[in-house]
Ligand binder design. Structure first.
Ligand code: BG6
Length: 497
């Protein structure tokens, strides 16, 4: 009998020769296998254009797994034998028939009751064609279930996202579509709901009466690496804000769902996106700042500017940094700015959320020898995972003053060894049919609608770029954005960056 957390499944990976499969999917499938979360009755079919064979794919899988995790040598060979390769041309209908017949054989061999995951890990321009051929050639008509996993970018703007969605909806229902946002698979992003809704001490304060502002930073020290071709047509706004940053905003701002079901959680998140104040073209500069990195130094090493990277237009106006102020116009959040910032080639690699509480109405310690600090709740998403609560305490002397103390909980010291990778969780959720941590179409729709005005404005305006040096925390205007509201970015590490 099939146990509930181990559905017998075939995973079809489109674009199996690519980087995502190598870095994320193979190691994640292996970890699920090793932890006993993958049924022994499984098969993985990799398809791509290259003339690979089963042997080539399997040796790539073994190598990728060895690079990312510490596999059990004895187990690895058996694991890799579940992988099969099919050279594939998405424009040939016959390729889909060959795929169908290969899956059919494997389902028979491994007693898999027609459960199929179609994972799109390739160039987005093919997503729509593949989805419609999967249906027209009968691959989605099975005895079990079939699900479509779609990687970002889900469109380039609202019209293209709509077009893509219409195409895939002809072949799959909304509840069969799993739009990946890998931030939703991160341990501490998933923990936001628990911190908020399982602690009596936070939820009553989680509103505009007690919170003065919220800051979300996702900074990277890497540049565009080998993704120049994609990135130069995307930029930080589309690459990070439209998806990951807005997802974190909605988890922080949503009302408590009436129960922890996919529908209830998603519906609360959607309400946040609906309440987000639209920024019109003539307001973009009041709410958003863009930046592009120039040359600089990261960890003592000189690095080139964005315009000198591979596959980047030497006059590129693409932003590699965005800072923004979001307002959520509802009862809970009216008047509380949510500041976001993200960028490449910044001083540190760090994702953190800082919730800054309002000051007390009267500070009776003001006249003493005090260093009174606003209360902060810091959620460390990565690289460290944990929570810090910043409180004021008596100074350890006879001055009668106060000093800030940090109450710190680090997830890493508790369970790092087993903390699953985002992709591992998301793949497992997909096998179980749990779409909670995937993006619903309404979220995609609302977030593109919000983003499009800003990107259109930037496309038509010219700015002096680059405007920040590699190895810094972005352009000065990002600091100005908060300064004009009387705030500042809280540092992300002890070096004050
Ligand atoms: C991806 C972006 O979605 O997220 C990349 O396309 C970015 O440009 C990456 O580097 C960041 O993810 P993480 O998990 O390293 O914060």
């Amino acid at each position: 009998m099939e146990t509930i957390n181990k559905p017998k499944t075939t995973i079809v990976i489109f674009g199996v020769t690519g980087d995502l499969a190598k870095r994320k999917l193979f190691p994640s499938i292996y970890n699920l296998f090793k932890k006993g979360l993958l049924s022994e009755n499984f098969a993985v079919v990799g398809v791509a254009r290259r003339p690979w064979t089963n042997e080539i794919l399997r040796s790539n899988v073994c190598e990728a797994v060895k690079n990312e995790v510490d596999p059990d040598a004895g187990e690895l060979e058996g694991f890799c034998s579940h992988f099969h390769y099919l050279p594939f041309d998405v424009s040939r209908e016959e390729s889909f028939d060959e795929l169908n017949s290969l899956i059919g054989d494997l389902e028979e061999k491994h007693s898999i009751p027609g459960n199929r995951i179609f994972y799109m890990a390739m160039a987005p321009q093919f997503f729509g064609t593949i989805a419609s051929s999967l249906k027209s050639r009968g691959l989605t008509e099975t005895e079990g279930w079939s699900r479509l996993v779609i990687e970002k970018p889900f469109g380039h703007n609202l019209p293209s996202a709509k077009e893509l969605n219409e195409q895939i909806r002809e072949a799959f229902n909304e509840d069969q579509i799993y739009r990946i946002d890998h931030y939703l698979g991160k341990e501490m992003v998933q923990n936001i709901e628990v911190i908020r809704f399982a602690n009596a001490m936070f939820e009553p304060l989680w509103n505009n009466r007690y919170i003065s502002n919220i800051q979300i930073t996702s900074s990277e020290s890497l540049g565009v690496e080998d993704r120049g071709g994609y990135y130069d047509t995307s930029g930080a706004l589309r690459d990070m804000v439209q998806n990951h940053m807005l997802q974190m905003v909605s988890l922080l701002a949503m009302d408590p769902p009436i129960r922890l079901t996919t529908e209830e959680i998603r519906s609360e998140k959607i309400k946040v996106l609906r309440a987000m104040r639209k920024v019109s073209s003539d307001e973009v500069e009041d709410y958003f700042v863009r930046g592009q990195y120039g040359p600089g130094e990261i960890k003592g090493k000189e690095v080139p500017g964005y315009r000198s990277e591979n596959n980047i237009n030497p006059d590129s106006q693409t932003e590699t940094f965005v800072a923004g102020k979001l307002m959520i116009d509802n009862h809970r959040w009216a008047g509380v700015p949510f500041y976001i910032r993200t960028g490449k080639r910044m001083a540190v690699k760090s994702t953190k959320i800082v919730i800054q509480f309002k000051e007390l109405p009267m500070n009776i310690y003001e006249t003493k020898n005090s260093d009174t600090h606003p209360n902060l709740l810091v959620i460390h998403i990565q690289p460290d995972e944990g929570i810090t609560l910043l409180l004021n305490s008596k100074k350890n002397d006879s001055s009668g003053g106060t000093a800030p103390v940090h109450l710190h909980f680090s997830n890493n010291s508790v369970n790092t060894v087993n903390t699953p990778e985002a992709y591992e969780r998301l793949l497992h959720d997909c096998m179980l049919g749990d779409a909670t941590n995937f993006t619903h179409w309404d979220e995609v729709d609302l977030s593109w609608a919000f983003i499009d005005t800003i990107s259109e404005y930037w496309e038509n305006s010219k700015e002096e770029l680059p405007n920040y040096s590699s190895g810094t925390m972005g352009p000065e205007e990002s600091d100005e954005l908060l300064k004009k509201d009387g705030f500042h970015w809280w540092p992300l590490n002890e070096d004050g960056e």
